[in-house]
Write a protein that binds this ligand. Structure first.
Ligand code: AMP
Length: 142
């Protein structure tokens, strides 16, 4: 199994070396918007601890990520008036993983609206900023 690379892009975001549209943080978890969303409000939920993917994450960190993903999903139902939520998580290149710090995709869905293909279009910064604000507010009030 390949080992964790501390210079992956999400590790840099976690260290504050690169910007992100933050929506949630607790002692073990950090969540921010995907800049190439497959649907509006597409959020990535990460452990703060270094973990490449499902195959090496400590069970306690995985449980914290799952609990935070549930919080984000519930808040997204309100913030984006969603009809449902798609949750995805990819492991290793063969499993569809591109960035090698574990992340769970929480994707708000509207009935009858297909998801865009992965990484197909970069969302406008002002839209991402607005969506992050709405989701963070729903998380705080929920
Ligand atoms: P995957 O590793 O296949 O689960 O996908 C990585 C995801 O990260 C894709 O959905 C990208 O759109 C997203 N992504 C890549 N770079 C950034 C970034 N700087 N900020 C937020 N999302 C990103």
């Amino acid at each position: 199994m390949p080992t964790y690379d501390p210079n992956n892009i999400f590790a840099k975001i976690l260290r504050g070396e690169l910007p992100c549209y933050k929506v949630y943080e607790d002692d073990k978890v950090f969540a921010f918007l995907d800049i190439m969303p497959r649907a509006p409000g597409h959020t990535l939920v990460l452990p703060k601890a270094p973990a490449r993917n499902l195959l090496d994450i400590a069970p306690g960190d995985l449980a914290a990520v799952a609990a935070a993903a549930q919080k984000v999903a519930k808040a997204a139902m309100t913030a984006f008036n969603s009809d449902g939520i798609t949750v995805q998580q990819f492991n290793e290149g063969a499993g569809g993983q591109v960035v090698f710090h574990l992340h769970v995709h929480v994707i708000p869905r509207k009935a009858g609206v297909p998801m865009k293909p992965p990484a197909s279009e970069k969302e406008k910064p002002e839209i991402l900023a607005e969506q992050a604000k709405a989701l963070a507010a729903a998380l705080q009030s929920g």
